[in-house]
Design a protein around this ligand. Structure first.
Ligand SMILES: CC[C@@H](C(=O)O)C(=O)SCCNC(=O)CCNC(=O)[C@H](O)C(C)(C)COP(=O)(O)OP(=O)(O)OC[C@H]1O[C@@H](n2cnc3c(N)ncnc32)[C@H](O)[C@@H]1OP(=O)(O)O
Ligand SMILES: [Co+2]
Length: 134
């Protein structure tokens, strides 16, 4: 079902400090910061030869990453994102196997303009898992 690793997301409380680490210390090229109001986060992407790193900073009062950052104030790996050829077929198959899709169960448009959905971390080895339509 799953295909390419699209991105690994890291939650951060200070985006400027985080981008400085990737840009200045690790020598990576970073994207502009983009507000994603439908997702309660702001994002910066780091394009690597084989995948991407997504830096996430809370946006608004009800950010889904707020509690994670309370527990991990210096930041941490928040989720991984796999591409799938057919996100609705993947969702239906996972739900039929007892997997929990977060939110209302329907895909939302993600940071790359494609449908995404999230799977509960307790069903996937303690790892919050995002699926993105390829
Ligand atoms: C920019 C758009 C998009 C893209 O295109 O890339 C994005 O990436 S948006 C990214 C942000 N959006 C989301 O994360 C949406 C999905 N997330 C959620 O619905 C919630 O964050 C959550 C996963 C349901 C967690 O909710 P929360 O209220 O923060 O915590 P809970 O108390 O309900 O947590 C229950 C349980 O799960 C553990 N947990 C929580 N978050 C994670 C995590 N990121 N990785 C691993 N485990 C996680 C939490 O510790 C609790 O465990 P126990 O303490 O053992 O009960
Ligand atoms: Co993501």
């Amino acid at each position: 079902m799953i295909g390419r690793l699209n991105h690994v997301a890291i939650a951060v409380s200070d985006m400027e400090a985080a981008t400085a680490i990737y840009r200045d210390t690790l020598g990576a090229e970073i994207s502009d910061k983009v507000a994603q109001p439908d997702h309660g986060v702001s994002t910066v992407f780091i394009n690597l030869p084989n995948t991407k790193i997504e830096l996430l900073e809370p946006l608004g009062d009800a950010s889904p990453i707020a509690k994670f950052l309370e527990k991990n104030p210096s930041g941490g790996i928040h989720h991984i994102c796999y591409e799938v050829d057919d996100i609705l077929a993947a969702r239906d198959k996972l739900v039929a196997q007892g997997g929990r899709v977060l939110g209302d169960g329907n895909p939302k448009i993600g940071a790359h303009g494609k449908p995404v959905l999230f799977l509960h971390p307790k069903d996937f080895l303690g790892t919050l898992t995002e699926l993105e339509q390829a």
